[in-house]
Design a protein around this ligand. Sequence first.
Ligand code: GLY
Length: 387
Amino acid sequence: MSARTSDVLVVGGGIIGLVTAWRAAQRGLVTAVVDPEPGGGAARVAAGMLAAVTELHHGEQTLLGLNVESARRYPEFAAELSDLTGQDLGYRRSGTLAVALDADDRAHLRELHALQQQSGLTSQWLSGRECRRLEPMLAPGVRGGLRVDGDHQIDPRRLAGALVAACERAGVVFHRRWAERLSVRGGRADGVVTDDGTALEAGQVVLAGGSLSGRLAGVPRELLPPVRPVKGQVLRLTVPPRYAPFLSRTVRAVVRGSDVYLVPRENGELVVGATSEELGWDTTVTAGGVYELLRDAHELIPGISELPLTETRAGLRPASPDNAPLLGPSGLDGLLLATGHHRNGVLLTPVTGDVLAHVLTTGELPDLARPFTPRRFGAAALSEQPA
Ligand code: GLY
């Protein structure tokens, strides 16, 4: 087999593509990844909340099952990856506190609490005073909150770096180019052609291109994944040692209808996110985006105005029409999808790797992934894609 031929070729070296490649290589499949910058993508921007419970939304019950299952797999997944690579992933089981700043927010949180309880999830209602006892930096006006000890965090940049290292150790070959076109022969996907004209052949191709997944030339139009970019602007602040511990867990709220969250890392980084904007492939960091995030975060935690602002970035969530991922056979022989993870890419990384490895080796979607078959989207959904 030449270096340009593999059993599995993964298009996209973000965390979803990398975990797919790592798990495939562990199962003995000769695997390659095509991406100009493996370990890049939306994970460079993401805060890394593993928030199956606090990010529960009405109408997303099916997705909840997958999210909860991936959260359940996280401790073992993180330990395996960390032991294998010797890298610290910043995996922190310090929990989350979702708070309300006014009566409307409190009503909204009460509804979320009821939905969590109906769904069998664990969360605890706290008064404003109890919230401040837990997190003394909270604004005095906090009206109440939900304590969710099971919603953890990981550092997505470290996760991506460790996945690159794990892939290398498992023998995954990296082609540091853009995939320009899917190659289809005899009604079957059999590789890609890169932007320098190189033909990479493979028994199976996995399209894991994040928000770009719907744009790969050569994929039959009716089978292009209906994935669109949803921009998120995210800030990084630094907590000087003299202020530590600033926050002991993730703190979040909905302020004026927008989500804001503050994710404190053990190394002093404090991630503040995120906007949610439908602006195509624009990744400009705007004054308005930074202003709104800082304004809302400051209402929650007034002390942030003392902290150095060390980074501003925007990334693109790959959103699908029902906010759930597309996993498994695409409808074209030889082409599988692992995309559309929207707000849950970091959370869904362990289960996505396991599901794709299963499909690649057996041809079948495991039961837990059946609701996420790309085939659930018919022609109507596909025709609503942005041009
Ligand atoms: N899951 C957090 C976000 O997408 O902003």
